[in-house]
Every structure is written in C-alpha cells, then in structure tokens.
Ligand binder design. Structure first.
Ligand SMILES: O=C(O)CCC(=O)N[C@@H](CCC(=O)O)C(=O)O
Ligand SMILES: [Zn+2]
Length: 342
C-alpha cells in the first residue's frame, strides 16, 4: 500500500514490477483529487474540479517499448506529488505487465491484435491465455472510464509505442479507421505538436487498442510511434520531449485543440494494401533492419509466396512494420502511399 510519504520516489514501473499478477483496488486522496489503483497497471485520476475531458494514456502494450513507460511513470509520480497539474479525468494504463518484466514484445500473442473483442477466440482456445485475459481487463477498464463521460464530453486515447526498427520518419502515428467519421485537423495538429510529422490513415477496422477506443467510445485515438525500441534506461528522453510536454499539457488541460491549424507540413500516408502471411512460405524480401517508409520500385517482388506473392505495382510504394515473424493470418507489413486530406 502507498502512503503520501512514498510519492516523491514513486515509480509506476517498479510498482507494477512488484505486483505483476494482481493487487487489490485501493484509493488515495491526493492534493489534486483522487488516485484509484484499480488493478495491475491500471490507475485512474479524478481531479478535484469536475472536468468534461476524459483522457486515456496507455503504454507498454508491447512490453519492450520502454520509453513511453518511462514517460508515463514520471507523469504519474508528478501528479501524485502535485508538480504536474491534474485538471482532466485521466486513465493510465500499462498494457502488458508480464511482457514488460521480460522486456519482450509479448509472452505468447501480440496483445495489440486482441482488442475489439478479438481476445474471445484466444480464450476459447486457452482459458488461461495471459494476453487475452489482459486485453479483456483493459477493455473493461476503458469501458468503465469512458462510460462515466457525458455524451457531450471529449474523449481521448493516445496509445504510446516505439517501433522495432528505424524509420525514415522518426515519429509517426496511426490514425485508426474512423468508420466514416472525418479525420480531425485539431488531432493532426496535436500530433505535429508532439513532434510527430507523419500520420498513417488506416483503411479498415482492426484489432488494435486505438481502433477499439475510437470505434466503441468515439474517442480521438491514435497509436503513436515515438521512436525506436530500447531497453529501460537507454532511451534519450530529449528525443521524446515534445510528446511528453504535450501529454503533460493535456493532463493539465492546458492544451488547446484547434481545427483552424495548418497541417500542410504533415506527411500523410494511406494504407494501400495489407500484406498478410497466408502460408508458412510467405516471406518478405527485405532486411530485418529495413527502415519504416522505405520505398520500392515497380516490379520488385516484395512478398514471396507460392499462392499470393506481391510485386510492387508502382514506384514509391513504401513499407511500414515489415515482420517475417508473425503467425498465419496476421499482417506482415503495410504498403502505404502518400495522400492529402480529402
Ligand atoms: O515496429 C513494428 O514493427 C511494430 C510497432 C508496433 O507495435 N506497432 C503497432 C501499430 C498498431 C496500429 O496499427 O495501430 C502494432 O503493430 O501493434
Ligand atoms: Zn508497439
């Protein structure tokens, strides 16, 4: 149990490390409101003054993506201490505690392919599947949180990640499919302010966390890739300064979303095609360390497969998230092309 004395030295990552399985729910009165420790890696902050903003910040959905966890841990400590203003309803999530303990992307299955209720089929196959149980728990947590938000309130979810490999665009975000709703200039401008100069517009429903909250709660949601995967303690926090500062402004209700902003400098891409593993023989003909957004020339056989190979159709098609180590049926890469806002 925590006491006020511990706040200055509180480290959210260590706290999760010490209680990776389960802990009882407990509440703390803090100067700025209330902190509710619902479960492992699930903390809600309720500000003293009623707010119509409901912000969810998640990190560690992949256990080896350490920089966002370090940032969120510092924000949690500073709210507890009182040096970070708390003016919004805030839900903090550390996605995959057990994978975090091992600094692995996941234990058995990719947690970020289990949202939008996809965990159900994994639980049917194995009732103890850790990642499926965790996806279910995280879905409950965001539901309980956003269900408290009145219809006319603002809901946000930024799911913070780092990518496996380098990227031609150092920071980029995925704007999940909006089921026909319009992309918001204010959100793209927020990404720009976070130091994210590239946004990928997703083309269909998916099983990611950001699509889940966007779809079910109409949250303004993004998966944000803030840099490259590194072990704990080896992240250069300067590289993440802009994003951290924007998240802190959001929590303090000091960030002003503006739909009149100019986002012409942003690189926008749309998904042209998802390359799926269709058989054991599916193989991407790229180096493991190929940078995200690398472009290819027409005619290059990018994906070899006896049944469904893929040859680049036009110059300039670029690849994002290439991964030869995914199970059959999952995406091996995204093929993207530049677009402008319609
Ligand atoms: O670097 C990689 O190959 C993967 C980085 C990562 O974890 N990306 C997310 C993107 C989620 C989305 O499409 O919104 C993921 O693959 O889960
Ligand atoms: Zn990730």
């Amino acid at each position: 149990m925590l006491t006020t004395r511990d706040f200055n030295t509180f480290n959210f990552i260590d706290f999760v490390r010490q209680n990776p399985e389960k802990h009882d729910r407990f509440e703390l009165e803090i100067e700025q409101g209330k902190a509710i420790f619902h479960d492992v890696g699930i903390v809600e902050f309720v500000p003293n003054q009623v707010s119509d903003q409901f912000v969810c910040l998640s990190c560690g959905v992949h256990g080896n993506e350490t920089a966002p966890m370090e940032i969120i841990s510092d924000i949690v400590r500073d709210i507890l201490v009182g040096s970070q203003a708390l003016k919004v309803n805030l839900l903090i999530l550390l996605g995959n505690p057990k994978a975090m303990l091992q600094q692995e992307r996941f234990l058995e299955f990719n947690l970020n392919r289990m949202f939008n209720h996809h965990w159900k089929s994994y639980l049917e196959a194995d009732a103890n599947c850790y990642e499926a149980l965790r996806a279910k728990r995280l879905e409950e947590a965001v539901k309980d949180f956003f269900d408290k938000s009145p219809a006319d309130s603002r809901r946000y979810h930024y799911d913070l990640h780092t990518a496996i490999r380098a990227s031609k665009h150092q920071r980029f975000a995925i704007y999940p499919y909006l089921d026909g709703r319009e992309h918001k200039v204010e959100q793209l401008a927020f990404m720009q302010d976070c130091g994210v100069n590239t946004v990928l517009l997703y083309h269909k429903a998916s099983s990611t966390f950001s699509y889940h909250t966007s779809h079910h709660f109409k949250a303004d949601a993004f998966t944000v890739e803030l840099g490259k995967v590194k072990p704990f303690g080896q992240n250069n926090r300067e590289d993440f300064k802009q994003a951290e500062s924007c998240m802190r402004q959001l929590v303090a209700s000091n960030y002003h979303f503006n739909n009149d902003r100019d986002v012409d400098d942003l690189n926008l891409f749309a998904v042209k095609k998802e390359l799926l593993r269709v058989s054991d023989d599916s193989h991407l003909n790229v180096d493991d360390d190929l940078a995200n957004f690398t472009e290819f020339e027409q005619g290059f056989e990018l994906l070899s497969d006896p049944e469904e190979p893929y040859t680049v159709e036009s110059d300039g098609e670029a690849i994002v998230f290439p991964n030869n180590k995914v199970p059959i049926g999952q995406r091996m890469a995204l093929l993207v092309e530049p677009v402008s806002l319609g």
